[in-house]
Design a binder for this molecule. Structure first.
Ligand code: ZN
Length: 385
């Protein structure tokens, strides 16, 4: 998995033209990079820098994202406070000293107040490089672009199907169209980077050149929209797009450009290639790994596929991690305009929300997603024989 090595991401150094957000005694804090976010920052007399962390809109899912960059004229440690107001701390900081590698801080390094609305930790500063701190390792539009450019263009075609309100590209990736199509979407919610990593690893497995993936792509075309909310990602939002909407509550109303563009492109693609959807998967992150699915055998198209996939995935995971137990929650909330409900009702397919834990290590996420893709391909090929 080329992506998971992290070497494709451009270096994240401060640029000379950035305006400081706050500074004191040769230490300067910046937020002018994709994904950067905090409301304000201020130094106290003892040299601690305190960040006020606020959501983009009121009444929002508690995913308190933050990201900032610090440049220093000398080597020293910087005490940092994150002040969340009334919201609880959620994401342990990841620190990047070299522009490539993210080092997670652990629970012992991050001191919380009793109600978890304020945390304290420290980071190292060095004059030779910037120190970047983020709620999760950054995965912004440029990183997706670099990943897309690394794909084999003989296997995967990329198309810009439209632009977001802030003029960021909405990408579509496809393999050769076939009579059957697997639909994948991701990054409706900006902070959910572990789900995004799962989606990239899942796609890399589908795009591979081994016999399993080649045989699968002979029968099933892949239709993928990896970055639904590029504006929210660039701006370091907690949940919404710039229209103050949760995009995963807009599948039906379609009041937002992002969801409307993707939904109409899916319809066009399926019509143009006279192809049938077999399944949809929407990648997210939450506190732990979980599959939100429909009940078994409730889909019109290929009703056995979902249950067979879940069984085969659990079996495959157990060969790697014998104590693995599948966490699956079947439900159907017809009144909530989520992507999951929309694809189930409109196309008659089992639609799954694949969630990865916020703190799940990339190596585990990558293998989990690979095995999810492999087991899906195997189950499909078995039932089509
Ligand atoms: Zn989500």
């Amino acid at each position: 998995m080329a992506f998971l090595t992290g070497t494709l991401s451009p270096p994240v150094y401060a640029r000379a033209d950035e305006r400081p957000a706050c500074e004191q005694n040769g230490i300067t804090v910046y937020r002018n990079f994709p994904g950067a976010a905090f409301d304000s920052c201020a130094f106290s007399k003892d040299g601690t820098v305190e960040f006020v962390i606020r959501p983009e809109d009121k009444e929002i899912n508690p995913s308190p994202w933050y990201a900032f960059r610090v440049v220093s004229n000398a080597s020293r440690r910087l005490p940092v406070v994150l002040n969340y107001g009334r919201i609880k701390h959620r994401y342990l900081p990841d620190v990047n000293y070299d522009g490539h590698t993210w080092q997670p801080l652990n629970d012992a390094q991050v001191i919380s107040n009793p109600d978890e609305t304020r945390v304290q930790f420290s980071v190292a500063l060095h004059p030779a490089h910037a120190t970047t701190v983020a709620a999760q390792p950054l995965l912004a539009g440029a990183d997706y672009r670099a990943w897309i450019d690394s794909l084999d263009s003989a296997t995967v075609s990329t198309k810009e199907i439209g632009r977001s309100p802030l003029n960021n590209p909405l990408w579509r990736l496809t393999t050769a169209p076939k009579t059957h199509t697997l639909l994948l979407i991701g990054r409706q919610h900006p902070p959910e980077t572990t789900g995004a990593i799962a989606m990239l690893a899942f796609m890399e497995r589908l795009f591979a050149q081994d016999e399993l993936a080649r045989e699968f792509r002979q029968q099933v075309g892949i239709l993928a929209y990896p970055l639904l909310n590029p504006d929210g990602v660039e701006l370091g939002y907690w949940r919404h797009n710039t229209g103050s909407q949760d995009l995963n509550r807009d599948w039906g109303p379609f009041t937002q450009i992002e969801t409307r563009s993707v939904a109409s492109d899916i319809d066009e693609y399926l019509g143009e290639h006279a192809t049938t959807l077999i399944k949809s998967i929407d990648f997210h992150s939450t506190w732990y790994e979980v599959f939100y699915t429909q009940e078994d055998a409730t889909a019109d198209n290929f009703p056995a596929l979902l249950g067979n996939w879940m069984t085969e995935f659990e079996r495959a995971m157990k060969t790697w991690r014998p104590d693995f137990a599948l966490n699956r929650k079947p439900s159907h909330n017809a009144d909530r305009p989520t992507a999951k409900s929309y694809f189930f009702e409109r196309y008659g397919v089992a639609s799954t929300t694949l969630e990865i834990g916020d703190a799940t290590p990339d190596a585990y996420t990558g293998r989990y997603a690979q095995l999810a893709a492999e087991s899906f391909m195997r189950v499909w090929l078995e039932q089509s024989r």
